[in-house]
Ligand binder design. Structure first.
Ligand SMILES: [Zn+2]
Length: 529
């Protein structure tokens, strides 16, 4: 035969109890605040309140004129360094004196080790009050019932070492408790939707306690923020443009770095700066349309990887190179922002590639690395301690202009003996002799076993190693990543550079042909995160 439920607790049957508690670090912790939550719960139709500490119990009873029964607990930091619910006889006495209609005690295996069942007996037989047992397993519930608890609450399910695998509300557990117990079961713990509350009643619960889902604005906010972030991770995208002296490459960059709708058009160098900016704006606009209308994605930001050295705070070019006409001072971000209503981030092309490696490539787990672009020119981007290094004039990592041959060949920068004319595509052709026609053909011939071509690559690698050793001593990178036309499918070069570097691992960019676009997307992604 089921024991009689005390009259003052009968009103919670089949209805909602709201748990009104705030941790010490919660914005709502403090005198009187939980009474306001209780008041709102009452006005919303709740039929009971669960509260922590005699003060809150008194406040809440006063605020509600004692109209709703209060399940009272006292949370304490316990000797084992964790929170324990109502761990002392004195707590039981103080809660009852404050007007608690039920005093609940942690009766899990851990709670029982600290005398929980004695406190259940004390509450029922000495205080002549109603004891509730917060449990996580059927065995704990049976022991608490045996000790005289009038109610069993599933509060601790999923919050003990033994039940840590449980991460959701389990109606099946409530059913099991109802089946084996004589006393009523109150469902509590991780009930976060009205549907789950219904399922608790369907499983036979006498009443349902909901806490965080109602009275923790911080947790509620976090749930929404996480949901939106997950949606953005799945459906958000970045519009990437890799703006070079020869081609403008573009594409939609997903959160995992994959590039969709990649395109490449010739850069209208002869038409001048405004024409280039107009073409980039039109490209971005068209990408945005494609992303939204065809791919049903949500463009979050635009990233521009460009030749020259932009000031990232303004998105204008601080110092341009000869590759693009009149590029110093070009207001790249402003021009594109005007055309497309999205945040725009502009970065030097070699830096952007390093940002791409950091977000999507082989440097995802690497805080200190140098990413080197080998092609017509030589550029580099460097991360130290997890941050991109730009320098005082945004021109850091100018690897191509490290002096490797004093008084040597003239460089595009106007000085002599820089690394670039000794390790770029033109240098490779010079070392091999002009009969190959292009650097690409030299690479192909070397792969096919042509020893002359292989010697040319070894010579280039020797110079590159000279420059990289200087950089490496200065920067102490964990890894050097080679990218660009000369590095792709060129194991001979990579092996030769690795030998020259003795100790610092050298690898090839995994971002592939659209690495520049992925890098631009990564610049956009890091700009808004
Ligand atoms: Zn130079």
């Amino acid at each position: 035969m089921k024991p009689r439920v005390p009259a003052h607790l009968k009103q919670v049957r089949g209805r909602l109890i709201v748990s009104c508690q705030a941790w010490e670090d919660d914005a709502f912790h403090g005198a009187g605040l939980m009474a306001k939550f209780a008041r709102a719960a009452y006005e919303g139709g709740a039929c009971g309140i669960r509260a922590n500490s005699p003060d809150d119990v008194r406040d809440i009873r006063a605020a509600l004129d004692g109209k709703l029964p209060v399940i009272a607990i006292q949370k304490r930091h316990w000797n084992d360094g964790r929170i324990l619910i109502t761990p002392e006889i004195e707590d039981c006495r103080a809660l009852a004196a404050a007007g608690a209609d039920m005093v609940a005690v942690d009766c899990t295996a851990r709670g029982q080790r600290y005398g929980a069942l004695d406190r259940i007996r004390f509450i029922e037989s000495e205080l002549k009050a109603v004891a509730g047992a917060d449990i996580a397993t059927v065995e704990e519930a049976l022991a608490a019932q045996e000790a005289g608890a009038s109610f069993i609450l599933s509060t601790m399910r999923g919050f003990t070492d033994e039940t840590a695998r449980v991460t959701r509300f389990e109606p099946g557990f409530i059913e099991e408790l109802v089946r084996v117990l004589r006393v009523p079961v109150i469902a509590e713990g991780r009930i976060s939707t009205p549907e789950e509350a219904q399922a608790a009643l369907a499983a036979g619960a006498y009443s349902v306690v909901v806490g965080s889902a109602i009275t923790r604005p911080k947790d509620i906010t976090t749930r929404f923020v996480r949901a939106l972030r997950n949606w953005s991770e799945r459906n958000g995208c970045y519009l990437g443009v890799d703006l070079g002296g020869t081609n403008i490459k573009s594409g939609i960059v997903m959160a995992d770095g994959t590039v969709r709708n990649a395109e490449s058009v010739r850069t209208p160098v002869a038409a001048g700066r405004d024409a280039i900016l107009q073409l980039v704006s039109a490209t971005v606009l068209s990408l945005r349309e494609t992303a939204q209308q065809q791919q049903h994605l949500c463009p979050l930001a635009v990233g521009i990887s460009t030749a020259g050295w932009p000031d990232p705070s303004t998105g204008s070019i601080w110092y341009g190179t000869g590759n693009l006409p009149d590029w110093t001072g070009a207001p790249v971000a402003a021009a594109i922002r005007e055309a497309v209503d999205l945040p725009v981030f502009v970065e030097n092309d070699a830096n952007a590639l390093a940002v791409g490696e950091r977000h999507f490539g082989s440097a995802r787990d690497c805080d200190n690395f140098l990413c080197v672009t080998l092609g017509t020119g030589i550029g580099a981007g460097c991360f130290l301690n997890g941050a991109l290094v730009r320098g005082a004039h945004f021109q850091a990592s100018a690897l191509g202009h490290i002096e490797v041959e004093p008084g040597g060949l003239e460089c595009t920068c106007g000085r002599r003996g820089c690394l670039e004319p000794y390790a770029n595509a033109a240098a490779l052709l010079r070392y091999s002799g002009p009969s190959y026609g292009s650097a690409r053909r030299v690479l192909g011939a070397a792969r096919a076993g042509d020893e002359n071509a292989q010697r040319a690559i070894a010579k280039l690698a020797e110079y590159l190693g000279r420059g990289l050793r200087i950089a490496s001593r200065l920067l102490d990178p964990q890894r050097i990543i080679l990218a660009g036309g000369l590095a792709q499918d060129n194991a001979i070069l990579v092996d030769a550079v690795a030998d020259a570097m003795a100790g610092v691992p050298v690898s090839v960019s995994t971002l592939g042909y659209h690495g520049g676009v992925a890098g631009a997307g990564a610049v956009a992604r890091s700009g808004i995160s």
